[in-house]
Write a protein that binds this ligand. Sequence first.
Ligand code: PLP
Length: 429
Amino acid sequence: MTLPGAPFVGWRGDALHLEDCDLQALAREHGTPLYAYSRSAMRSALAAYEQALAGRPHLVCYAMKANSSLAVLQTFAQAGAGFDIVSGGELARVLAVGVEGSRIVFSGVGKTRAEMRRALQAGVRCFNIESEPELRVLAEVARDLGVRAPVSLRVNPDVDAGTHPYISTGLRDNKFGIAHERALAVYREAASLPSLQVVGIDCHIGSQITETSPYLDALDRVLDLVEALARDGIALQHLDVGGGLGITYRDEQPPAAGDLVRQVLQRLDARGHGALELLLEPGRSLVGNAGVLLTEVLYLKPGAEAGTAGQGKNFCIVDAAMNDLMRPAMYEAWMGIVPCRRRHEPAATWDVVGPVCESGDWLGRDRELAVQPGDVLAVLSAGAYGMTMASNYNTRGRAAEVMVEGDRQWLIREREDVKSLFAGERLID
Ligand SMILES: *Cc1c(COP(=O)(O)O)cnc(C)c1O
């Protein structure tokens, strides 16, 4: 069976590889838990978008909250991507790798005045505005700086992206965006404020979307607005359809990025908007299947036989936990787990759990695995919303990260040392 992440993740004999690197060897060299990413997989995922957009005015803005390690940003910056940021911290990161403001769009419902100032000073390409009060605050901040802020309104198209409620963002009751029926009035206000410049329109309907139709529905709703605005004399330069394209974790079959883009372009053309610059904000689909989390099996704790005293389940206790990889605990997400060395022994059914003191601390439930203590396991599809959601819960330092390409590898983030976790703390009298 092909693994998620193939062809960059795959077996060579009984040894699991990421590109040409033996994952068990990487784990032994750098220790565990360890994130490992394939640079070729990231480049190839971006190229799928870029090829479908070739010859059209466009900017693919990598939604960096999916994975914001500097070397990952550098990889996309070198490949010509733009960036979608959601905080001043992300702005600082992306500027640190030399990205120009003109390639940055700033999303998020709660931008502070300080963040707006820094983004204006950096000359970001666009603020994706999510509420009327935010629009007014940005107008003030820009006026005080003596600049014009480029804005796009994030419209909530009220479509169901058919995904998990926590990662669905385009429904009426979500906190995101401006209601479709308010949008026209808010655009009029924006156009009337001298310190703002209306440049675009955007939407982002959710994450891990596995069908094309919600995108096309949202696009139609947004194009209705583009047309209404044009009748009002407000011409837009770009349309941003957001991110959210899903990946295969298990057996999902999301559309290929190129197919999605082609259908979006077709719809734009069919409605006479082929000249609008198209922006996209993919996160997960650029990095999710490019990464794995490596973890060592610490202990096996077999369950009691049915009808006898003791826990009924088999627990495989590993050294990675919910603080390293939140997705299973937070969304009950299923992620593939495979040993880095295939054992030709009978498998058993294990719950793969971490050392954190929470019952929610699991990485996989009811997994058929042939494992022994000391084995290294790979949690697949861990390149997105893995390291960026990591915490220090239980005073655990965050994992190290390596990037590989072919048979080369670079340590891109050192393992976080425990002393640094309390270095900023003070005792009291
Ligand atoms: C999170 C986010 C994205 C990226 O979503 P993915 O599902 O990772 O592609 C894009 N745009 C905005 C505004 C976001 O908040």
